[in-house]
Structure formats: C-alpha cells, structure tokens
Write a protein that binds this ligand. Structure first.
Ligand code: NAP
Length: 236
C-alpha cells in the first residue's frame, strides 16, 4: 500500500482513530491534512501533518475549509462529539437530534462541500460504528445515526462514481472519546466489552486506521462496509 503523491484529508484527525489514520497515511507517503476544532489540538499534531480548522456543525466553517483546500485524492470522515446512548424509551429527542447534528449532518456538509475537490480516482471513507447493525439494546440512537450514514454512502458510491465511497464500522475502540469517564469505570467497560467479543479485546485506533487506508487505497472496493469490530456485529 502506498499513498505517494496522494493528498488525503482527515476530518477529525487530531485525536483517536483519525489521528492514527493520519499518522499511518503519512508513513505510507501521503500528503496529509488533518482537521481539528481548536488551535491547541491542531498544534499538537505530529510533525509532517498539516492542520486546518474545522467545526463541521458550523456551515461557515465548512465553507471556509472548502475555499481554502486544494485538490484532494482521499477524504476520510472520523469525527463526532455527541453520543446517543440509552434505552429507546429514555433517549430524548433532544439528545438524538444533537447526535445527528454532531455526526450525520457534519459528514453530510463536508461531503457536499468537498466532493467536487476529489480526483476521479479518489475515495471517500466514512467512519460509522458497529451499533448500526449489531442490534444491541441501548444503541438505537447510535444505530440511527450510523445506519443513516451507511445507507447514504452506498448511494453516493453510485452517484459519485468513479470516485469510490466506503464505510468503516468500528466496534468499541480505546480513544480519547472515553476520556471523560472515571478511569475505573472506563477500564471496567472496556473489559466487559472485550469479554463478549469473539476477538477477546476491544479495538486500538491503529486497527481501524489500517482498514480505513485499505478502503481508501483498494481500487476495486466501493459501496462496501468494513466491520472492524472484533466480531461485535456477530455477538448478541
Ligand atoms: N471510539 C469508539 O469506540 C468508536 C466506536 C464506534 C464508532 N466510532 C466513531 O469513530 C469516529 C472517531 O471516533 P474517535 O473515538 O476516534 O473520536 P475522538 O477520539 O473523540 O476524536 C474525535 C475527533 O473528531 C473531531 N471533532 C469532534 N467534533 C467535531 C466537530 N463538530 N467538527 C469537526 N471535528 C470534530 C475532534 O477534533 P478536536 O477535538 O480537535 O476538535 C477529534 O479529532 C467517530 O465517528 C465515532 O463515532 C468510535
């Protein structure tokens, strides 16, 4: 796998799965641009990765990025700032709308604005989530947000062809997304999840990054969803 001569933009490249993808793409020869919301998160990017500001909940911020960025070969979307956990009867409309805003509408805005910048041999990879199809109690909100993206992506693979569009669906992955939890509770949740998975462990950001770069680079892969979840979509 080589990305030499390719420009890859990673939305949500300052942390977690996006940062691991940016680092791996750089090692494979890509020119890498990564987005983050704050000057602090952009300043902490590894050397060699170009940072650019983006808050995809703000249409003006998306328009500014589209105005500033040049031609692209690959677009990776790996960002979210709101989750909608909880039993269906307890998940509020407000929480679910916030989760759609913080992921579905953000991805939608960025793809609308940047698809015209993609080379014909290029690709879009959307990071979704195992909840979309695993049918686990308490995940109807996550399923709705990520399932909507997966359904949309398959249509985009046809409409935007020959550009390729794929989704990568991670299971629970140890990233900064869980840094707000107390250490003990987080470790307990990770261990309990790992025990239920065929793979016997939860994911590392690098596991997901490898699949994202496979999706971006394989010229015969489009309209696909790669489940990189340790078997979460199988476990009940
Ligand atoms: N970790 C998991 O267990 C897991 C499981 C399934 C699916 N996923 C999905 O995988 C993707 C990445 O998750 P992660 O765990 O790597 O997350 P993370 O470590 O929390 O990183 C989130 C990234 O998104 C950016 N971001 C957040 N809100 C944004 C906004 N409004 N506009 C633009 N960028 C924004 C952050 O940038 P700044 O902080 O620099 O602003 C950061 O780079 C997400 O779509 C998530 O839903 C994760």
């Amino acid at each position: 796998m080589s990305f030499a001569g390719h420009h890859i933009l990673i939305v949500g490249g300052t942390r977690g799965i996006g940062r691991a993808t940016a680092t791996a793409a750089l090692a494979l020869g890509a020119r890498v641009t990564a987005t983050g919301r704050t000057a602090e998160s952009l300043a902490a990017l590894p050397e060699g990765i170009e940072g650019t500001p983006l808050d995809f909940t703000d249409p003006a911020s998306v328009a500014a990025l589209a105005g500033a960025i040049g031609p692209l070969d690959h677009l990776v979307l790996s960002a979210s700032d709101a989750v909608a956990w909880g039993p269906f009867g307890e998940l509020t409309e407000e929480a679910l709308r916030a989760a759609f805003e913080a992921k579905f509408w953000g991805y939608w805005r960025v793809i609308r604005a940047l698809a015209p910048k993609l080379s014909e041999a290029g690709s879009i990879t959307l990071v979704t989530g195992a909840a979309a199809r695993a049918a686990l109690p308490g995940t109807s909100g996550l399923a709705a947000v990520n399932g909507a993206l997966e359904a949309m992506a398959r249509v985009l693979a046809v409409e935007l062809a020959p550009r390729r569009v794929n989704t990568v669906s991670p299971g629970m992955t140890a990233t900064e997304a869980y840094s707000g939890m107390p250490d003990e509770a987080r470790a307990g949740m990770f261990a309990a999840t790992a025990a239920k998975l065929p793979a016997g462990r939860i994911g590392a950001p690098e596991d997901i990054a490898q699949a994202i770069l496979l999706a971006a680079s394989n010229p015969f892969l489009t309209g696909a969803t790669l489940d990189v979840d340790g078997g979460a979509h199988l476990a009940r």
